[in-house]
Design a protein around this ligand. Structure first.
Ligand code: FES
Length: 147
């Protein structure tokens, strides 16, 4: 009678059982996840606030919007969107985007800021506050906080 050598051992059986259990649990999890209704697309942006229609944003130009009790400038520069505070960090004067020169000008004392809020020249010592910006569902969304 030929000798048969067992290929299994208690440890191997235990590991195989764990693998089968893991695959079964993972399959159940993925099936349950697949069967769940997909959240509404806007639910993904629950913390972002819609501030403009994406089609209203003209490359190279600006528009203003109100968000979180403050006015902001929305800029489209080099196919990127930027939202910066519309108030100068020096003494709070109103800012405006100079489309021809490509910078943000303070009409108070002449501070100049880049499109991303960085100081280019003037008396300001702090850059402009910025917002996180996303585009989804044809809308521009903003969120205060680090980007
Ligand atoms: S308030 Fe902006 S430069 Fe004076």
């Amino acid at each position: 009678m030929p000798s048969t050598r067992s290929l299994s051992s208690p440890v191997a059986d235990y590991l195989l059982g764990l693998l089968v259990l893991f695959v079964a649990v993972f399959s159940l999890y993925m099936t349950a996840r697949f069967l769940q209704p997909h959240p509404h697309p806007r639910a993904y942006h629950a913390f972002f606030h819609p501030v403009a229609s994406a089609q209203d944003v003209v490359p190279g130009s600006s528009m203003t919007f109100d968000y979180d009790d403050q006015q902001w400038i929305l800029l489209s520069v080099d196919e990127e969107l930027y939202a910066v505070s519309a108030s100068c960090t020096f003494r709070g004067s109103r800012l405006r985007w100079d489309e021809n020169k490509g910078y943000i000008l303070c009409e108070g004392h002449g501070c100049v800021f880049a499109h991303n809020g960085n100081i280019l020249r003037g008396l300001a010592t702090r850059p402009l506050e910025t917002l996180q910006i996303k585009i989804a569902d044809g809308l521009v969304y903003a969120l205060r906080g680090p980007s």
